[in-house]
Design a protein around this ligand. Structure first.
Ligand SMILES: N[C@@H](CCC(=O)N[C@@H](CS)C(=O)NCC(=O)O)C(=O)O
Length: 259
C-alpha cells in the first residue's frame, strides 16, 4: 500500500488539477485513486490520495489467470500475484472462499474491489482504467466485444474440455475415444467460426482494432494450436496469431505461457 498526502491552497478547481497531475504522471493508469477532501475553502484544500497495488490470486499456468496477466500488460498495470489453485494453495481454503465463493482462479483485489470470473476481471480492469480503446462505452460496440468473450467462456471453452484433458493433461478420467474425437471435431469447428469472423473483420475478432475480446480469443487459439490433434488449416486464424505476436502480452502469456 502506497499513500501520498497532497496539500494545496486554492479553490476546488485545484482538486481537479492535482488529480489531473496524477493522471498525467500515469498514476491514474496504474492505480485506483481515492481522494478525500478534508476541508474545502478558498484558502485551504487538503487531498489524501491512497494508492494501492492490484492483487491477483491464481497460478500463472492457468489460461484464465493469463488473461488477467495479459490485460495488465496491455494496461501497464503493476500487480502482486499469489499462487492459488493448480496444486498450489487450495481454493477450498476459507480465506480463498471468502474472496470467491465458487473457488476458482483468477480473483483480483483492486484496493478493496474484489472481482472473479476471468473475462469479467479483464473488462473491469479496462473499464476502471478508462481504456475505451480496449472496451468502448458505446453499447453496440461494447456488446460486439462482450458477445465473443461470453461465447469464449461458455460454448468455445466447453468444446475443448475433453480433448484438452485427454491429449494435453493426459487425465485418466478423460480417455473415452469417441468423446475425445467428438471434442476434437467440435473444437476445430468452433475455430472455423472464428476464422470466418476474422475473414470478415480483416484484423481482430470484434473489428479493425485490438480489444479485450482478443485476449480471451487469442489465448484460446493458442491452446488450440497446442493440442496434439489433427487441425484444418485456417488462414485467417494463422494471420491473426501472427498479428497478436506483435503484442508483448501475447508473446509472454500466450506463445511462451503454456497451452
Ligand atoms: N469461468 C472461470 C473458470 C475459472 C477456472 O476454470 N479456473 C481454474 C483454473 S484454469 C481453477 O480455478 N481450477 C481450480 C484449481 O485450480 O484449483 C473463469 O473464466 O474465471
Amino acid at each position: 500500500m502506497l499513500s501520498a498526502r497532497v496539500l494545496a491552497n486554492g479553490f476546488h478547481l485545484l482538486l481537479f488539477e492535482v488529480l489531473n497531475e496524477c493522471l498525467n504522471r500515469g498514476i491514474g493508469a496504474h492505480y485506483n485513486i481515492k481522494a478525500s477532501v478534508s476541508s474545502i475553502t478558498l484558502q485551504n484544500l487538503s487531498i489524501l490520495c491512497v494508492l494501492a497495488m492490484l492483487k491477483i490470486y491464481g497460478y500463472v499456468q492457468s489460461i484464465n489467470v493469463r488473461k488477467v496477466l495479459w490485460a495488465c500488460e496491455e494496461l501497464s498495470l503493476p500487480f502482486e500475484r499469489e499462487d492459488w489453485g493448480g496444486g498450489f494453495r487450495s481454493t477450498s481454503e476459507p480465506q480463498f472462499r471468502a474472496l470467491n465463493p465458487v473457488g476458482m482462479v483468477p480473483v483480483i483485489d483492486d484496493d478493496g474491489t474484489v472481482v472473479w470470473e476471468s473475462n469479467v476481471v479483464v473488462r473491469y480492469l479496462a473499464m476502471s482504467r478508462r481504456r475505451t480503446d480496449l472496451l468502448p462505452s458505446e453499447p453496440g460496440a461494447r456488446a460486439r466485444i462482450e458477445q465473443w468473450m461470453d461465447w469464449q467462456a461458455s460454448d468455445f471453452n466447453n468444446s475443448w474440455r475433453i480433448s484438452f484433458q485427454a491429449l494435453v493433461r493426459r487425465n485418466p478420467a478423460y480417455q473415452d475415444r469417441a468423446a475425445i474425437d467428438a471434442s476434437v471435431e467440435l473444437f476445430n469447428r468452433m475455430v472455423g467460426i472464428i476464422d470466418g469472423e476474422l475473414g470478415r473483420t480483416g484484423a481482430y475478432i470484434a473489428g479493425a482494432t485490438f480489444t479485450v475480446a482478443d485476449i480471451a480469443i487469442g489465448l484460446s487459439l493458442h491452446r488450440w494450436l497446442s493440442v496434439p490433434m489433427a487441425r484444418p488449416s485456417y488462414i485467417n486464424v494463422e494471420r491473426y496469431l501472427a498479428r497478436l505476436l506483435e503484442r508483448p502480452g501475447f508473446v509472454r502469456y500466450g506463445r511462451d505461457g503454456g497451452p
